[in-house]
Design a binder for this molecule. Structure first.
Ligand code: F6P
Length: 344
């Protein structure tokens, strides 16, 4: 059995534990694994390296992906899909395991359903917005990075009697902002799922200041909108291969509104790619390892067109096509828990 793997889209902590576990699981089944470099680009160009259990054993603590990543979309130019399939056949692959978010897995799903390629998916993203799995690896490490940053910002905010606005990643789902807001006792958290209510936020900050709190912490998700009719705030007009714009900039806007309406000195900190860097947490190492083992087992069982997923405490296989159809948003239950603290 010869298995090709690749990591596509934005990197995240936990990718290397997945790679290590797939290599081991495939090896235990008598097969071997090659790793395509830089996502779908490597699979198109036939750019790969051999992966062995010995060579990958120590990568569990390393952030990012040893294979490199890209946002290359083979379907942007249908000829690339043909080249990719030629590469797959030329290398004598039995299976291709794609580790990625909705874009990468969407390609894997189409290659399976439209071109009959033996693909398997492993869900990853710091955004935690994939349906069909309860949690994505990378998310836990990410919210711990945000938590540590906010804990540090709290002391300087308090010293200077300021409000600090922290802008997080997460695209169009508010998981990172919501969990970080809860974990850091933020005064207010703005997420894409709820229309921004500046009046409520500023009144709360003012009330708390009157009650003696000398600083404020506001967490805002990059995908939050200023009103239901507004567009998202983007860095520029450029889109990637999958048609996504780069979000970012709402934090500065929110900081200006707070300063104008409350009179409190306010600063904005955009955490950006810090949130995706560094060593994975224990949770993400274990989740990544478990998903990788099961992806290897699916390859062994020739159970293609599936994605491994966490359901409760078990790793299960779900159809790839179902995994990429809907974005998972914050639930009303978690939103109501977040809002429990919006009282002065
Ligand atoms: O999907 C992961 C993510 O980090 C998003 O939260 C963010 O909007 C985007 O990727 C940033 O992408 P890039 O690394 O291309 O700037």
């Amino acid at each position: 059995m010869k298995v090709g793997i690749l990591t596509g889209g934005g990197d995240c902590p936990g990718l290397n534990p997945v790679i290590r576990a797939i290599v081991r699981s495939v090896h235990n089944a008598g097969g071997h694994t090659i790793g395509f470099l830089e996502g779908w680009r490597g699979a198109i160009e036939g750019n790969f390296e051999e992966l062995t259990p010995d060579g990958t054993d120590g990568i569990i603590s390393k952030g990012g992906t040893i294979l490199g990543s890209s946002r290359t979309n083979p379907y942007k130019n249908e000829k690339d899909v043909d080249t990719l399939i030629e590469t797959y056949n030329r290398l004598g692959l039995d299976t291709l395991i794609a580790i990625g978010g909705d874009d990468t897995l969407g390609v894997a799903s189409k290659l399976y359903s439209e071109r009959g390629l033996n693909t398997i998916g492993v869900p990853k993203t710091i955004d935690n917005d994939l349906s069909s799995t309860d949690v994505t690896f990378g998310f836990d490490t990410c919210i711990n990075i945000v938590m540590e940053a906010v804990d540090r910002l709290r002391t300087t905010a308090e010293s200077h009697r300021r409000v600090v606005v922290i802008e997080t990643m997460g695209r169009h789902a508010g998981w990172i902002a919501c969990y970080s807001g809860i974990a850091t006792a933020a005064d207010f958290t703005l997420v894409p799922e709820v229309e921004v209510d500046f009046e409520k936020m500023c009144n709360l900050l003012t009330e708390r200041r009157k009650n003696g709190k000398k600083y404020g912490i506001v967490v805002v998700s990059e995908g939050a909108k200023l009103s239901n009719d507004d567009e998202f705030i983007t860095k520029d007009a450029e889109v990637d291969d999958f048609g996504h714009v780069s979000l970012g900039g709402i934090g500065d806007h929110v900081a200006n509104v707070i300063e104008e309406r409350t009179g409190f000195e306010t600063r904005c900190v955009t955490l950006g790619h810090l949130q995706r860097g560094g060593t994975p947490s224990a949770y993400d190492r274990v989740l990544g390892t478990r998903l990788g083992i099961h992806a290897g087992r699916l390859a062994k069982d020739k159970n293609f067109g599936k994605m491994v997923a966490l359901r409760g405490t078990e790793i299960v296989a779900v159809p790839l096509k179902d995994a990429v159809t809907t974005m998972r948003e914050l639930t009303p239950a978690i939103l109501s828990e977040l809002e429990e603290f919006y009282t002065s």
